[in-house]
Design a protein around this ligand. Structure first.
Ligand code: ATP
Ligand code: MG
Length: 244
């Protein structure tokens, strides 16, 4: 079995994540892609992340109609921080020794990867596939890394490919340790940060996230703190005026 693994905070999941996964699935002829929402992402400290159960539910709703996509609670069920190396090991144990894992991530994530726990082991356990993302040059990844970062990654080889250049031969071969595939996909200029901001400002997020996800966010009032604070402010001032 050839299984893609796509980790992330998914706060919330959006069409950029889904499109990148879709392209890699078809290009490499994978059997399945598992989305793995992180419990406590070690690298996100700049904002309050929505509760894991909400992020899990949203990934579920976003993937439910796609038979070859699924979501795993493996990281949110594990106590402590989310480390990819532990997730890959656990997935390999669960799926069996015949499984090849394809660890899919955007280029922004890959550029931070040298600091991750047991990063060389990650590159040994799974075929790392780095996908394009607007704002980053995929063809310049190798030059962007500092010598120290390259060393931390175990001096991997890089192969830069357009999606149409992924040959059956390349896609069918097993894991090549120490090889990082840089794959130019149709990347959508969408981020979870932008979506949270749009919701905070009470603006439309339609066609950026699946409708089911938008409905879930609205029903559970996710990311609406600023809107609510503004409403309370207005109510407060109205009441203040009335009480006087
Ligand atoms: P945030 O803005 O909160 O960081 P995000 O949009 O970057 O959210 P993450 O959950 O951080 O989403 O990303 C999960 C994975 O998906 C990462 O590997 C990231 O690089 C990749 N990714 C995110 N957005 C896109 C996109 N628009 N196109 C391709 N890959 C993406
Ligand atoms: Mg991100």
């Amino acid at each position: 079995m050839r299984i893609g693994v796509m980790g992330g905070t998914f706060d919330p999941i959006h069409l950029g994540h889904l499109r990148a996964a879709e392209e890699i699935y078809w290009a490499f002829g994978l059997d399945h892609i598992i989305f793995v929402p992180a419990a406590r992402p070690p690298h996100k400290t700049d904002h309050d992340v929505a509760a894991p159960i909400h992020r899990y539910e949203m990934v579920s709703l976003a993937t439910v109609f796609t038979p070859y996509f699924s979501v795993s609670p493996i990281e949110i069920n594990r106590p402590g921080r989310s480390y990819s190396v532990e997730t890959l090991r656990e997935l390999l144990t669960l799926c069996g020794p015949e499984t090849h894992l394809w660890f899919i991530m955007g280029v922004d994530t890959f550029l931070e990867m040298s600091t991750w726990k047991e990063v060389k082991e990650i590159l040994r356990l799974a075929q790392v596939v780095v996908t394009a993302r607007p704002g980053w040059r995929l063809d310049e990844v190798e030059e962007t890394l500092t010598p120290q970062q390259r060393r931390q990654l175990g001096n991997p080889q890089f192969k830069y490919l357009k999606i149409a250049e992924v040959t059956p031969d390349l896609s069918r071969r097993g894991l090549v340790p120490g090889l990082v595939l840089l794959v130019e996909v149709v990347s959508l200029d969408i981020s979870s940060t932008e979506i949270r901001q749009l919701v905070e400002e009470g603006r439309s997020i339609r066609f950026l996230v699946p409708d089911t996800v938008a409905a879930y966010m609205s029903k559970n009032r996710l990311y609406q703190e600023r809107q609510e604070a503004a409403r309370e402010g207005v109510q407060g001032s109205l009441l203040g005026g009335w009480e006087e």
